[in-house]
Design a protein around this ligand. Structure first.
Ligand code: PBG
Length: 332
């Protein structure tokens, strides 16, 4: 054939392919979500997330050191709140000695260079598992009452040493309220990574097992559609994310990642802020489960899934694969 353009010329050797590669994964792109629990027991495996464990404070610090040594700069902490500490008012969220605050202090003291992200939402602390306080008749989440608690919670996290607070609750006006509260408390250096486009996704199921909220009645399939985004809506997602930017967010996030790459790319085109994407528990579980059955190649699918998220526009990726992927990148 007489072809003036032969695209395969750019794919001919591994050296050429590497020279024209458009995006690369680096350990500093990755943020590891970590589950921390009370007590000093051994790491407890999360059934629906092979390779993920609930860690004691001691093991959490060890894990953070190992991640930092692999070049992962960020971790996101999620507490497993004992059932007897949960109630309808989420009072444990404002307990100065609660598990996540002890975890922040311990990790900051041991691995000060690690960038710490903490989750701002009430679901670890409410008996019903919703991200906020309920209205008097229990029919909905009370937006403004919830935001008042979240702002106080963010200040406690900042004072304990969190580098970024990460509101994942999807209440209206929470980013602005948190920014004001942080500034009034003198925490002007603490950033906000807003879960800006967080969808009402069924892919969060394994996470709800991990933090133990599945034991609260029906929580695994909890309906959060009055605050999380409709998976059908891209325009609404972008509009909501841009509000977070106006309210003072430093980083915007799209969540889940893989099923919402179009939202990520669209948001990349609409904002100049750095973007994060959260490859959530269900995305992780899918790949792990297929690999366990011998149906997928785990390292290759892991890498490809992360590369695709980066290509779509993410600067940062929260992923349960962080340690394994960073380890593989370090080995080259
Ligand atoms: C709750 C929260 C959730 C996740 C992170 N923060 C679950 C939810 O909204 O129900 C999910 C993360 C994952 O699935 O990996 N505020």
């Amino acid at each position: 054939m007489n072809l003036p353009r032969r695209p395969r010329r750019l794919r001919r050797t591994s050296a050429i392919r590497e020279m024209v590669q458009e995006v690369r994964l680096h350990p500093s792109d990755l943020i590891a979500p970590l589950f921390v629990q009370e007590g000093s027991g051994a790491p407890e495996p999360v059934g629906s997330m092979p390779g993920v464990f609930r860690l004691s404070l001691v093991d959490l610090v060890i894990e953070c050191r190992e991640l930092a040594a692999l070049g992962v700069h960020g971790v996101a902490l999620f507490p497993v709140t004992p059932a007897d500490r949960k109630n309808a008012h989420a009072t444990e969220a404002l307990n100065c000695d609660c598990l996540v605050l002890r975890a922040v202090r311990a990790v900051k003291a041991a691995v000060p260079e690690l960038v710490l992200f903490t989750d701002i939402a009430l679901d670890p602390y409410t008996t019903h598992g919703h991200d906020g306080l309920l209205t008097a008749d229990g029919s909905d989440v009370d937006n403004d009452a919830t935001v008042r608690v979240l702002a106080q919670m963010a200040v406690l996290h900042a004072q304990a040493g969190a580098d970024f607070v990460a509101p994942s609750d999807m209440m209206d006006g929470r980013v602005g309220a948190i920014r004001r509260a942080l500034d009034e408390a003198g925490q002007t250096g603490t950033g906000i990574m807003a879960y800006s486009a967080k969808f009402a996704s069924a892919f969060y199921g394994p996470f709800r097992d991990a933090v133990g909220s599945a034991s609260a009645a029906g929580t695994r399939a909890l309906d959060k559609r009055t605050y999380q985004l409709n998976p059908a809506n891209r325009r609404e997602a972008i509009a909501d994310a841009l509000l977070d930017e106006q309210e003072g967010a430093d980083l915007l996030m799209v969540k889940p990642a893989g099923p919402y790459l179009d939202v990520l790319t669209e948001l990349r085109n609409q904002t100049r802020l750095p973007l994060a994407a959260y490859q959530v528990s269900g995305e992780y579980a899918q790949i792990q489960a297929a690999a366990q059955l011998g149906w997928l190649d785990l390292p290759k699918c892991r890498h490809e899934s992360l590369l695709a998220i980066k290509r779509a526009g993410a600067d940062l990726i929260l992923t349960y694969f962080a340690k394994a992927a960073a380890g593989e990148l370090a080995r080259g």
